[in-house]
Design a protein around this ligand. Structure first.
Ligand SMILES: *Cc1c(COP(=O)(O)O)cnc(C)c1O
Length: 462
């Protein structure tokens, strides 16, 4: 037994690495309990806080903590078996989950690879594209087109398609090279239920991307982007018509179009998948570069889709890569005949059981109504932030609310300000944002907005 009368945060500090934080940085808060939308926290100095988790534990805990249905699903599976290898074996939770994912995603996506985290599903997606091109006799197609300001994970290949500055490409020059970065897509604003962007900005952007693709097509395997909302790369909401531009360019050059919906999937943006926003009508005049057509109706469908984060309702680490029958067919006819990946904890039964229970809750509940309620609460509550000194813009989409500041946030001070209002926030760079659990009532959302307004007042030094 450790003889240690120091507090948990003190024992942690200097021993454990935390995400993107120095070993001896500010001591973390200890979680003593979690229930529904609330965390019971102990500050490093011993003070206790009860706070709404406005982060959903980094965007995944959509049904809240200690959810009875999820608790039961994981426990029941544990009484059968917690894990088995997936080589040569299968099990009910995995098959059921794959069937569910196939049913709720667009029809062309037919085949499922269950990976152990979002980053790994992105790695698998990139491998799929390279194997696909190689099987078509184009082995020189090894690189990818991605957006500036994107985020696709922390493993090397995923980092290599993330924003070159935010992804710290300069820190790892030997590992990350050769990918092509398109400008950040032009912003869109939610107006009367539609995501509206500027036609001229879209046309100019489309022109630039078309040139980039044409110049590099012979070495590109695919295009990978986060549809409509760039998350960790800056909480940027963009014109969904950009997705149609990418679809056209990918088709013209034989590139795979890959959507990373790890953050946006399962209702976060107000649609079950964010790519559904691209079904908005497009004015004839809007898009140049041969992209898009007249008022289109069908949403853009990718060749490859990654989902994660909220997949298990935040209970366990799991992600999935889905691909079209066409892509799977080409890979099946290749030299290996297989997708060359297979982690130890592939299709972990506990994680699959949690995912099945989470998707069942989504399908049987009114997630769309709840997300709409959160959206209106955040939109209204954040109006108070718009006029604060130091605030550049305020925006929201679905269960996502963002206050963008002119200066970087003083994170410890902003955290304290949020906690004083009963809200757990984790701002980054110049962004104070919330991605609340869908469980939040409109009243909870108003509290969250108040916490964000308080946190947004804590701007770092010049
Ligand atoms: C979080 C995230 C990832 C990485 O997922 P991990 O489970 O953290 O590896 C990839 N893409 C997007 C868009 C994400 O938000």
């Amino acid at each position: 037994m450790p003889d240690d009368r120091r507090s948990l945060p003190e024992r942690d500090r200097g021993l454990l690495w935390h995400p993107y934080a120095p070993l001896a940085g500010p001591a973390p808060y200890a979680v003593e309990a979690a229930n529904g939308i609330r965390l019971a926290l102990r500050a490093p100095d011993g003070r206790g806080f009860e706070a709404i988790d406005a982060m959903s534990s980094w965007w995944c805990m959509v049904h809240g903590y200690r959810n009875p249905a999820l608790d039961r699903a994981v426990f029941d599976q544990m009484t059968r078996f917690s894990h088995v290898m997936f080589g040569g074996l299968t099990h009910e939770p995995a098959v059921q989950l794959a069937e569910r994912l196939r049913r709720i995603t667009p029809e062309p996506l037919q085949h499922v690879f269950l990976a152990d985290s979002g980053s790994i599903s992105v790695e698998v997606a990139l491998k799929v594209a390279i194997q696909y091109q190689s099987a078509r006799g184009l082995p020189e197609r090894q690189n990818f087109l991605a957006f500036r300001g994107g985020y696709h994970g922390d493993t090397f290949a995923a980092m290599g398609v993330s924003d070159p500055v935010g992804g710290m490409h300069a820190e790892f020059p030997g590992q990350l090279a050769g990918n092509v970065f398109a400008p950040r897509p032009p912003a869109a604003m939610l107006t009367a239920g539609r995501l509206v962007g500027d036609d001229a900005a879209l046309a100019e952007w489309a022109e630039e991307v078309a040139v980039l693709v044409a110049r590099n097509a012979s070495r590109l395997a695919g295009i990978i982007v986060e549809p409509v909302l760039q998350g960790a790369g800056g909480m940027h909401i963009y014109d969904p018509r950009c997705l149609r531009v990418l679809r056209e360019l990918a088709d013209a050059e034989g590139l795979l179009l890959m959507f990373d919906e790890i953050a946006t999937g399962f209702g976060r943006t107000g649609k079950l998948f964010a790519a559904e926003w691209s079904s908005e009508p497009v004015p004839d005049s809007a898009v140049s570069a041969g992209a898009a057509g007249p008022a289109a109706a069908a949403a853009v469908v990718p060749d490859v889709l990654c989902v994660g984060k909220a997949l298990t309702g935040g209970y366990l680490s799991l992600a999935a890569m889905l691909c079209s029958a066409e892509v799977a067919g080409v890979i099946s006819g290749s030299r290996f005949g297989a997708l060359m990946h297979g982690p130890t904890f592939m299709a972990n039964p506990l994680a699959c059981a949690a995912a099945n229970a989470s998707l069942e809750l989504l399908e049987s509940g009114d997630w769309a109504g709840r997300v709409a309620g959160i959206q209106s609460g955040l939109t209204e509550g954040l109006q108070a932030a718009a006029s604060l000194p130091g605030v550049r813009t305020v925006r929201s989409l679905g269960a996502v609310g963002v206050v963008e500041l002119h200066q970087p946030v003083d994170v410890p001070a902003a955290t304290e300000a949020g906690l004083a209002q009963g809200v757990w926030l984790r701002p980054f760079r110049n962004l104070v944002y919330a991605m609340p659990p869908y469980l939040c009532s409109v009243g909870d959302t108003v509290e969250i907005a108040a916490g964000m307004v308080a946190a947004a007042g804590r701007v770092g030094g010049p």
